[in-house]
Design a protein around this ligand. Structure first.
Ligand code: BTN
Length: 251
């Protein structure tokens, strides 16, 4: 997407949410694919579902990338989630050792072992049978030292490595690896995306504890189906599938 045109990065000191900012921009102009909006401070950052995204001002990366995946049938939307997740995962893994500890937690969080370093919220604009626009909003915990009690599972790159990272460097690394994986998607190398996603999927092939509608169970993650549902074989039981937010990992 991005190498042929001049890179457009919009730097903001403060905004409510870079995803909202991206949609406002799309409402008033026609920003080229690959345009990124980066904010030092979001006062109303949004997470998956009803959640909010808390990030200490100036310490972390919060940005959104405008994409136009018109080539992707809406039924294949989850491949976009997977490509973005792999981009963020590989970018973060370039900064950390051992890289094997950097995992994708279904659907598109990035974890260091069992703790969350990054979250992504992708919002789509579909018209007819076309995915016209996707805004991929990415939050990466970079230099934050402490997290609120609401986010007991969070940690930052600094808490892993003990060193501060320059935000612009982390952005460049992650952005170029997102571009690389987006190119794989454009080239319709779907198999490469699905395989790499499973290779880096937290809990894949392991027996873990989950909860669904207040009930706890253990099972093995056996894969992801084409709609992006997670497949879990209940211990001694049947193969179940869950949509986003229908199942929770217990750590
Ligand atoms: C999640 O893990 O629940 C998703 C978090 C997504 C946060 C990012 S930060 C940049 C972009 N703008 C937002 O308001 N949210 C996303």
């Amino acid at each position: 997407m991005m190498e042929s045109k001049a890179l457009r990065i919009i730097h903001l000191e403060t905004t409510d949410s870079t995803n909202r900012e991206a949609f406002r921009l799309l409402g008033t102009s026609s920003p080229p694919e690959g345009t990124a909006i980066v904010a030092m401070h979001q006062y109303s950052g949004r997470g998956q579902g009803q959640a909010s995204w808390e990030s200490e001002p100036g310490k972390n990366l919060t940005f959104s990338v405008i994409l136009r995946p018109v080539f992707l049938p809406p039924a294949n939307q989850f491949l976009l989630n997977q490509a973005i997740a792999l981009g963020v995962r590989d970018g973060i893994a370039e900064l950390l050792t051992p890289k094997e500890n950097v995992l994708v937690k279904w659907p598109n969080d990035i974890y260091w072992k069992d703790r969350k370093v990054s979250g992504t919220l992708i919002e789509n604009q579909i018209m007819g049978n076309r995915l016209l626009v996707a805004v991929a909003g990415i939050g990466i915990n970079v230099n934050q030292d402490q997290f609120s009690n609401d986010a007991p599972n969070a940690l930052s790159i600094k808490t892993i490595t003990g060193t501060e990272f320059e935000l612009s460097k982390v952005f460049e690394t992650v952005f170029s690896s997102i571009s690389w994986w987006y190119r794989v998607l454009q080239n319709e190398n779907h198999k490469q995306i699905r395989e790499s996603y499973l290779n880096h999927l937290l809990g894949f092939g392991e027996t873990r504890r989950f909860s669904h509608e207040e009930k706890e169970f253990s099972g093995e993650i056996t894969g992801i189906d084409e709609y992006g549902r997670i497949l879990i074989r209940e211990s001694g039981g049947q193969l179940l599938n869950f949509d986003i937010k229908e199942v929770r990992f217990l750590f």
